[in-house]
Write a protein that binds this ligand. Structure first.
Ligand SMILES: [Zn+2]
Length: 274
């Protein structure tokens, strides 16, 4: 057992921004994306909201790809991979909520699986759907690109019991529409309030925004990029190309130095005498 110095594992920013329709999620996401990379042509938007990103085309020449129903995780994953391959710096997924509650999304898939099963058991149907959910979350978290996910928020309720044992439904603010827990996977997760478009952070690995209330904008993106750049850099030692934290760890383990996949292959060939 060997201890190593703790370091930032996430070389890429994975951000979430939740709010009700009209709260300014897309606008804030675009401003943050520009703050992060400083180049509109390097920003891609996956648009599930009926070409709503086009409403912001005056801001800069970013690129969009439309996803329409069915909103399967596979479609999202394909778009994420395409954005990485095309060399974009920041990808905005607007919105991730459609992969959960949209037509053909994970809840729909689960519902269909439950109906198709003999038992009609919705709980066991999750066994088949959870891996699909995990694939999508992993694609977001592990892809070699900064990603901003927007999520729709809805009113959350809890059941309470009063002194007489009577049950009541109580409003408890807003919650993002996606499987619970996604916010904890993000570098920073912003919640935009219903009034005033002001955001607070519900999860913040950077500690940049603790206790602050603000409208996420270009400056927010710049701060996040600066935070990221001050941390561990994941680069190939030979060509200097950025590599994923995963490949960073693997190549060091195997060859003693961080290497990109091409250099790993060259090393492998060299060692196996090809
Ligand atoms: Zn290399």
């Amino acid at each position: 057992m060997e201890f190593r110095k703790a370091e930032r594992k996430q070389a890429k920013l994975k951000l979430g921004i939740a709010g009700v329709p009209g709260s300014g999620k897309t606008y804030s996401a675009l401003l943050m994306a520009y703050g992060i990379c400083g180049d509109w042509s390097k920003i891609a938007v996956i648009d599930t909201e009926n070409k709503s990103a086009d409403l912001y085309s005056h801001m800069g020449e970013f690129m969009t790809a439309d996803i329409s129903a069915p909103f399967t995780p596979a479609k999202y994953i394909e778009c994420i991979n395409s954005a990485v391959e095309a060399g974009f710096k920041v990808l905005i997924i607007d919105s991730l909520s459609h992969a959960w509650s949209g037509e053909g999304g994970l809840l729909d898939m689960q519902d269909k699986a439950a109906r198709a099963s003999k038992s009609g058991n919705s709980y066991t149907a999750w066994r088949n759907i959870t891996p699909e959910h995990n694939k999508l979350v992993n694609a977001i978290l592990q892809s070699d690109i900064d990603i901003i996910c927007t999520l729709r928020s809805k009113q959350a309720y809890i059941m309470t019991t009063d002194g007489n044992g009577k049950q009541n439904v109580k409003k408890v603010g807003l919650e993002p529409i996606f499987r619970e827990g996604f916010e904890y996977e993000c570098t920073v997760f912003f919640d935009i309030a219903q009034d005033g478009h002001l955001a607070t952070v519900t999860k913040d690995r950077t500690e940049l925004f603790d206790g602050k209330t603000f409208i996420p904008n270009e400056e927010t993106g710049k701060q996040l990029a600066a935070w990221r750049n001050s941390g561990q850099e994941y680069k190939c030692q030979v060509c200097g190309k950025a590599i994923t934290p995963d490949l960073y760890q693997k190549s060091i383990k195997k060859y003693g130095v961080p290497l990109c996949s091409a250099e790993c292959k060259a090393k492998y060939d060299e060692q196996s005498g090809k």
